[in-house]
Write a protein that binds this ligand. Structure first.
Ligand code: MOS
Length: 718
């Protein structure tokens, strides 16, 4: 083993001390429920100014003129920022962040400037006084399959190839006893964390007045942001700003939910930075309105997926094909890995997947909880149910018959693989034996009842360098890492991991996260937080102990970087799960109610059952929300293309009444190939396949197959 490497034995020694694996309430819980955990907008700021954005009212074209005289004349207005006076950005390394540098408009609602004023109200009022003239061009905002400009993105999110091919799918389908060949669709969705995105940016007046590039005690630019990861957010901003890392500070200790939209900085961060540069020495604050959350902080792209399965009489799969067309912004590509799970879940000799992007004049998409796996597994797991119906085979049995011996794409053995156990244990706990194979067999009054199942899988991601530090101060171990807690429990589980790795009670650990002064950490994304940050914390703790022993002196300090076993490269690394849904569907209104849901997971070591349970049931609830409600509608009139249902009256999200009984269980097999924590990452697997399980239950209830999300009553009314 190389220096700093931790064996699973170290972890089990730690386990005996009993912090990891124990139920712990969230450290940040009291602060959050009492409203005292400071979010970005609430961070202390001396004499702040407030920003309200100017947004384009055409979908494509150029700004001809801007008349801001009425806005500037309004008492309390400090500045009007437009492309005419915006500070220059150095490098166009990110097309989404390179704003206000020219007259171009790329989509309806794009930021084209901002008013900065003494109060939020004045800024908002003044923004309405700015007159903008445009030279509009014809836009294209309507997603459709077969779009003439669709293109192959070559590589898709997480770096996997867009297409794949093994065997001969034409032969496979021709020789199959049974074939499923259907199209599945998923809509645009928008992230709606409780905390809207917000930023405070402040440029140091003295630094700006002084010689460029001179480093001092204070950074040039200080930012409070709602961020899933301050380290990589800063790395993305630096080349545009032409600043060095030491010149920019980002703080984000508490976040009120994220789901991917806070993963990387979007244009609102740059807008606030540019506005603040016009008022050096003064912090500028901006919090998006709920409506603005539907404009420029990303969304889940829409998909059109043709899925084909070929099988022998006994249900053995011979062919799997998955051809995806999905939307993208012409301004910046984001390509979900919608086909990826298809490559890894079931065995079949003939396999093909493809990804095509449909370029549109809309804002950029971004990560949204389980990008790729979420839309892709809706198609795959619905198609599997359709095949089970055609075969007259139980859908769990069909899945069990197609478990791969090794990873179907790479041929590598699985580091651990307990999908079969999840399906079987879930079936037992859920009472699957009570399910009627025939649709419409259970009816109570106006309600038809049914049950459905779907598998879930979520891969281990590669993580860029991540570090942690341990320092002994005032009798406590201060553990630092620029991690983020979005409400997930990261504050708590990292403290538990640190306590065990240092072999001290949790009370002796003081954790610090969410600041760029702390050791660089990869973001809270791809369900990597626990195994990635946890590994860095463990290595830092081992380094600390090996250097200073059990009785360190005041000020002793050590660092460590996340480390993963070299042997892991020989394996396919994935988490698994099985989702079970029971629904009732009204024969009168077509309304769907999810009466019960159960998820059983293979998530490796569970660091804290309470926060893990919360991640699982949160994922399932978000899956119910996507199944029943969530859809962003774009305005199809010429000249528009923005989201029309951009509030909670028009964009529905699951409430408590939509999720009456959502339960999670797990089969706990720590997997050291995921890293020394043995945890697999559980932030996203809870949503994967959930809409398929619900749609399959709707079929079982009604005999009606729905292939497009969401399952709204108009699609089911009889
Ligand atoms: Mo998550 S969608 O990987 O931020």
């Amino acid at each position: 083993m190389s220096p700093g490497e931790i064996s699973p034995a170290d972890m089990s020694a730690a386990e005996k001390k009993g912090s990891v694996g124990q139920d712990r309430v969230r450290i940040d819980g009291p602060l959050k429920v009492t409203g005292t955990a400071p979010y970005a907008f609430e961070q202390p700021a001396q004499n702040p100014a407030y920003l309200f954005p100017l947004t384009s009212t055409i979908a494509k074209g150029k700004i001809r003129s801007i008349d801001d005289s009425a806005a500037r004349a309004l008492p309390g207005v400090l500045e009007v920022l437009t492309h005419e006076n915006a500070p220059n950005l150095l490098a166009r390394t990110d097309t989404e962040l390179y704003i206000l540098q020219n007259r171009d408009v790329h989509y309806f609602g794009e930021y084209i400037g901002a008013v900065i004023a003494e109060t939020q109200e004045i800024a908002r009022h003044a923004a309405g006084l700015v007159r903008v003239e445009y030279d509009a061009e014809e836009e294209d905002t309507r997603f459709r399959a077969g779009h003439p400009e669709r293109y192959n993105p070559v590589r898709i999110n997480t770096g996997v190839p867009a297409d794949s091919k093994q065997g001969d799918v034409d032969r496979g389908l021709a020789e199959a006893a049974l074939v499923v060949d259907e199209v599945y669709t998923t809509p645009y969705e928008h992230h709606n964390p409780m905390e809207m995105h917000s930023v405070i940016a402040e440029w140091d007046k003295e630094k700006l007045d002084g010689v460029l590039g001179v480093l001092g005690e204070r950074p040039h630019l200080r930012i409070h942001d709602a961020s899933q990861g301050v380290s990589y957010a800063r790395l993305m901003l630096l080349p545009l700003l032409g600043l060095l890392p030491q010149q920019v500070e980002i703080n984000s200790p508490y976040v009120g939910g994220a789901f991917g939209s806070k993963g990387i900085p979007h244009a609102q961060v740059m807008l606030t930075i540019l506005a603040a540069k016009l008022l050096p020495g003064r912090p500028v604050k901006y919090m998006l309105t709920r409506q603005q959350m539907f404009r420029s902080v990303g969304h889940r792209l829409t998909t059109h997926q043709r899925f084909r399965l070929g099988a022998a009489e006994d249900g053995t799969l011979t062919t799997i094909t998955h051809d995806v067309q999905q939307s993208t912004s012409r301004l910046k590509q984001f390509a979900e890995q919608t086909v990826n799970s298809t490559r890894h879940l079931y065995a079949a000799p003939h396999r093909e997947t493809s990804t095509r992007m449909v370029p549109l004049d809309i804002g950029p998409a971004t990560f949204m909880r389980a990008p790729g796996e979420f839309p892709g597994m809706f198609a795959q797991e619905t198609a599997m149910d359709e095949l089970a119906v055609k075969l007259g085979l139980d859908p769990i049995e069909l899945r069990l018959r197609n478990q791969p011996e090794t990873d179907p794409e790479s041929g590598k053995p699985h580091s651990s693989h307990y999908l079969k156990e999840c399906l079987q244990e879930g079936a037992r706990l859920f009472g699957w034996e009570k399910r009627h194979a025939q649709p419409r067999a259970r009816q109570e009054g106006e309600w038809l009842y049914g049950m459905g199942v779907a598998s879930a899988t979520y891969p281990k991601q590669m993580t860029p360098p991540t570090k942690a530090s341990v320092a002994f101060k005032g009798g406590k171990y201060h553990v630092g890492i620029a991690a983020a807690d979005l409400g997930t429990g990261a504050w708590t589980i990292l403290s538990q991991i640190a306590a065990d790795a240092l072999q001290v009670p949790e009370e002796q650990v003081v954790l610090q996260i969410g600041h760029t002064d702390l050791p660089l950490a990869y973001l809270a994304g791809g369900s990597t937080g626990t195994y990635n940050w946890g590994s860095a914390v463990m290595v830092a703790a081992v380094n600390f102990r090996s250097r200073y022993g059990q009785t360190p002196a005041e000020g002793d300090e050590a660092e460590g970087g996340a480390h993963f076993p070299d042997e892991a490269k020989k394996y396919a690394l994935d988490a698994y799960g099985a989702h079970f849904a029971e629904v009732k569907v009204s024969r009168v209104t077509g309304e769907v109610r999810v009466t019960r849901m159960l998820g059983v997971y293979d998530g490796g070591r569970i660091i804290n059952p309470r926060t893990a349970n919360s991640q699982f049931i949160g994922g399932m609830t978000m899956g119910i929300s996507a199944a029943l409600h969530e859809e962003s509608y774009l305005d199809s009139r010429p000249g528009y293309g923005h989201v029309v249902n951009s509030d909670f009256a028009g964009y529905h999200i699951a409430a408590n009444a939509d999720a009456p009984q959502v339960e999670a269980r797990w089969i706990e097999h720590p997997d050291p190939m995921f890293g020394p924590t043995g945890a697999k990452g559980i932030g996203e697997i809870g949503i994967v396949g959930v809409p398929a399980a619900i749609g399959n239950a709707i079929y079982n209830a009604t005999g009606k197959r729905l292939r497009g999300l969401p399952f709204t009553p108009d699609k089911l009314v009889e």
